[in-house]
Design a protein around this ligand. Structure first.
Ligand SMILES: [Zn+2]
Length: 591
């Protein structure tokens, strides 16, 4: 049992005697190193089984998983299903009751009751068989379980309480240092003792604390300050900032290239003002922090991580050295806010605003182009229009090899509609399209009547089988229903499949008037064309989607001094069935 998955099962050697009580062994260890190791637990269980007349059929295990995290205990779940689904074994052997799980009594009932019904007992090496069948046994088991569960909650509450006290003094309680800082161990008097870099683990005396100091890698401090100042003073966005810093070859905080999102996070982090913040988000399972107090957490089941209200966070100004001046910080926040408002239009309007979203792709990187809105103020009027931008560039700037590929929606829409008019609806192409439709219809395979006959009789067979099975299921005892239900649903699926095939074949049996159908298809297309003229945006969006499957755009790269301009050069419109091409954009189409 050296290196294993966190969950696995093993089969026992087959030399065991038949007269013994069939059982399975269950091993569990949480990540707590104080607990008994899995091989130790196994050894104890084997000893106990020999002495008490059990035959261990196989083993289930969960490694490094807490006893209250039942749904992640795959070994446990597999064992539970086996215990309830087969009559293979009558006992589950564990080292102590804790191994089986740390449930509160209501949840314990959920797992225990099916085992009782299946006649499977829980037996621990330390306390022998658990007696779920009599009243005293059940009460004792429940009390023990509640005790273990409470123990976990108490542990969590105590450590949260300890963290709060530490945080209120402005010291770290387990966090990593943000970019530009190192952690520093300080003694009781606050005197620095030892610098700790991220990822490094050191043991410290209990009375020592951890605070932040400027990183001894001065390039990081300089880069951080440069980011704030550049963003505050220059007319530059986060993406261009990422480009600029990547060009200098400076590695991102976690290695690799800088992305706009990383920089945004840094620019918003108040730690750089010297303020220490704790409990910004609630993440714990049992407790949360409310204005320096521990409260039980009720919303964990709905949402695991949630931002705490500012009043509930713990903020300690001047807890460590600031790296950024207050004025710079204020300027940066103002600009971030202004830019966010400009670049994220309200969601409910998006459907009307971006008629081609999801269809438009950047031909260079094959990724989608995102809709985004631009605005300009001229005189006392403000203008706002939609455009599409290569998502690769949007996320990572030039670091991922794509350029500032953008196109205004109005211009693109005009091109797409014009091309559709010419290539799909246009008179000359109409005949070509008609010819293709006729050809496709004629190519349909004819169907053998015998095949339909055999399909029909199979369908009848399936239907009567299904009737019988449903009937049986309705009359069986509850515990059999679980076994029968999947079988019945499989039969139902097969029945539906055969019925569908039959309908298809019958459809093809009808004589096809290819000419008439082609006329009909062309007519539908003509109606579509009429409707597209003057359709409301939402409707237009839907109509375009009926015809167009994808649009790929290609851009020229024209150096203009230090910048590279990227005008649209050509594109490919893929229809939902046949691709048509539009060549270099005409002069008057240029954007
Ligand atoms: Zn691209």
């Amino acid at each position: 049992m050296a290196k294993q998955d966190s969950t696995a099962r093993f089969d026992a050697p087959p030399h065991v005697s038949e007269s013994l009580i069939p059982a399975v062994g269950y091993l569990r260890r949480s990540s707590d190193k104080q607990e008994q190791s899995l091989p130790d637990q196994k050894r104890e269980i084997i000893k106990y089984a020999k002495a008490n007349g059990y035959r261990v059929l196989r083993w289930y295990q969960d490694d490094a998983i807490s006893g209250d995290d039942t749904l992640r205990r795959h070994g446990f779940l597999e064992m539970h299903a086996a215990a309830c689904g087969s009559r293979e074994f009558e006992a589950i052997l564990v080292w102590d009751i804790d191994r089986f799980g740390r449930f509160h009594s209501m949840e314990a009932g959920y797992w225990v009751h099916p085992l009782m019904k299946a006649g499977v007992r829980l037996v621990s090496v330390t306390e022998g068989p658990v007696n779920w069948d009599d009243f005293t046994g059940r009460v004792v088991y429940s009390l023990k379980q509640e005790g273990k569960y409470q123990f976990l909650i108490d542990l969590s509450r105590n450590s949260t309480r300890g963290h709060i006290t530490t945080a209120q003094q402005g010291y770290l309680c387990g966090q990593a240092a943000p970019y530009g800082y190192d952690r520093m161990l300080v003694d009781e008097s606050g005197a620095p003792q030892q610098r700790v870099r991220n990822g490094e683990k050191v043991a410290k005396p209990k009375s020592w604390k951890v605070t932040l100091v400027p990183a001894d890698d001065s390039e990081k401090v300089r880069t951080l300050q440069w980011l704030f100042e550049e963003y505050a003073e220059q007319d530059i966005g986060l993406r261009s900032l990422a480009d600029a810093i990547n060009e200098q070859g400076i590695p991102a905080p976690r290695g690799g290239v800088w992305q706009a999102g990383t920089i945004r996070q840094i620019l918003r982090n108040e730690t750089y003002l010297g303020t220490f913040i704790y409990a910004k988000r609630r993440m714990g399972k049992y407790n949360r922090v409310v204005a320096g107090d521990v409260r039980a957490r009720e919303d964990f089941a709905q949402v695991k991580v949630k931002v705490n209200a500012e009043a509930d966070q713990i903020r300690v100004p001047n807890a460590h050295a600031a790296l950024i001046k207050h004025e710079t910080w204020e300027k940066v926040q103002e600009k971030l806010l202004a830019r966010t408002m400009r670049s994220t239009p309200r969601r409910e309007r998006n459907a009307d605003l971006y008629l081609l979203s999801g269809l438009v792709h950047c031909g260079h990187c094959q990724q989608k182009m995102y809709g985004t809105s631009k605005s300009k103020v001229r005189g006392d009027k403000s203008y706002r229009w939609a455009k599409y931008i290569c998502s690769t560039y949007q996320k990572a700037g030039r670091s991922q090899g794509c350029f500032y590929h953008t196109v205004d929606q109005d211009a693109l829409l005009a091109i797409v509609l014009k091309k559709l008019r010419q290539q799909v609806f246009g008179e000359g192409h109409r005949d070509e399209l008609r010819r293709r439709i006729v050809k496709r219809l004629a190519a349909r395979v004819t169907v053998e009547p015998e095949l339909i006959g055999s399909c029909e009789s199979r369908l009848k067979e399936l239907e009567s089988e299904l009737d019988r099975a449903t009937d049986r299921m309705l009359r069986s005892p509850e515990d059999l229903v679980d076994i029968l239900a999947p079988k019945v649903s499989r039969m139902r699926q097969e029945r539906d499949g055969v019925a569908k095939r039959l309908a298809e074949m019958k459809g093809r049996l009808r004589p096809v008037d290819a000419e008439a159908e082609a006329d009909c298809a062309l007519n539908r297309l003509w109606c579509l064309e009429q409707e597209i003229e003057g359709a409301e945006p939402a409707r237009l969006r839907e109509l375009i989607r009926r015809i167009v499957g994808r649009v790929d755009l290609y851009f020229d790269h024209v150096p203009r001094g230090k910048r590279i301009e990227c005008p649209l050069s050509r594109g490919v419109i893929e229809l939902r069935q046949d691709p048509i091409f539009f060549g270099p954009v005409n002069r008057d189409d240029r954007i």
